[in-house]
Design a protein around this ligand. Structure first.
Ligand code: 5RP
Length: 224
C-alpha cells in the first residue's frame, strides 16, 4: 500500500472508533495535516450526527467548514471527548513529535482539553526513540536567537523554518541532530526556556490510542 492509502486506512479506522459514541451535542477536537485531512473528509458523511468541531489550525477549520461542519471556539466549548490527529513520530509509550505542519501549539491546547487523544499514523511514523524527525519549537519572534542558543546548549542543532508564520503569529525552530531519551523531561525543559511558546514533544499528554496503518492492516495500540 502507498503511504496515502495507509493514511486513508487509519482515517477510516478513526471514524469506526468514534462513530458509536457520537451524539447530537458532541463537539470533536480535530488536528492538522494530511492524515487529519483524510479524517475530516470522511467525517463529512457524519456531519448530521454530531454538533461540530474545534480545530487546531485555520487550515483544518476551513476544511471542516467546507464540509458543512460547524467550527467552535475552544473557549466556548470547554472539553472535547476526542481529539483526533496525526503525528510526525510516535513511540511505544505513545509519546509523539508533532508540529511538522507548524500547528503544534494549538494542537497541544486542544489535546489538553480532550478526554481521549486518538493518534492516526502510517507505520513510517512509529519509532523506538524520538528525534530523527527534527523537533519543532514555536518561539516568540524577538526571542528566536536567544532560544536557538539555549537549544544548542541542550545539544540540538536548531534551524529557523524560514517563511513560516504560525497561526499565532510566531516562528518555528526545527531541532536537528537531537535524539530524545526522556521525552517527558525534555518537553518540560524546552518549555521552560523564556520565549518558547511550546515544543512539539507530546509526552506529558501523549496519545491514548494509536491507530497505526501498515500493509498488515490497522493496528490499535494503547500506551505501554
Ligand atoms: C501538524 C502536525 C501533523 O499532525 C504532523 O505533521 C503529521 O502530518 P501528516 O499527517 O501530514 O503526516 O503535527 O503540525
Amino acid at each position: 500500500m502507498t503511504q496515502d492509502e495507509l493514511k486513508d486506512a487509519v482515517a477510516a479506522a478513526a471514524i469506526d472508533e468514534i462513530e458509536p459514541w457520537l451524539e447530537r451535542d458532541t463537539i470533536l477536537g480535530i488536528g492538522t495535516g494530511s492524515t487529519a485531512n483524510r479524517f475530516i473528509d470522511r467525517l463529512a458523511r457524519l456531519r448530521d450526527d454530531f454538533k461540530g468541531a474545534v480545530a487546531s489550525s485555520e487550515a483544518s477549520a476551513e476544511r471542516l467548514r467546507g464540509h458543512g461542519i460547524e467550527v467552535f471556539e475552544l473557549n466556548s466549548v470547554g472539553t472535547v471527548p476526542y481529539y483526533i490527529d496525526g503525528a510526525d513520530e510516535v513511540n511505544a509509550h505513545l509519546h509523539m513529535i508533532k508540529g511538522g505542519g507548524a500547528a503544534l501549539t494549538r494542537e497541544k491546547i486542544v489535546a489538553a482539553c480532550a478526554d481521549r487523544f486518538i493518534c492516526i499514523a502510517d507505520a513510517s511514523k512509529r519509532v523506538e526513540r524520538l528525534g530523527d524527525f527534527p523537533l519543532p519549537v514555536e518561539v516568540i519572534p524577538m526571542a528566536r536567537s536567544y532560544v536557538a542558543r539555549e537549544l544548542v546548549k541542550l545539544g540540538a542543532d536548531p534551524v529557523y523554518r524560514e517563511g513560516v508564520v504560525t497561526d499565532n503569529g510566531n516562528q518555528i525552530l526545527d531541532c536537528y541532530e537531537f535524539m530524545i531519551d526522556d521525552p517527558v523531561a525534555m518537553e518540560a525543559r524546552i518549555n521552560a526556556i523564556v520565549g518558547v511558546v511550546t515544543n512539539g514533544l507530546f509526552a506529558a499528554r501523549g496519545a491514548d490510542v494509536l491507530l497505526l496503518g501498515s500493509d498488515a492492516g490497522v493496528e490499535r495500540l494503547t500506551s505501554a
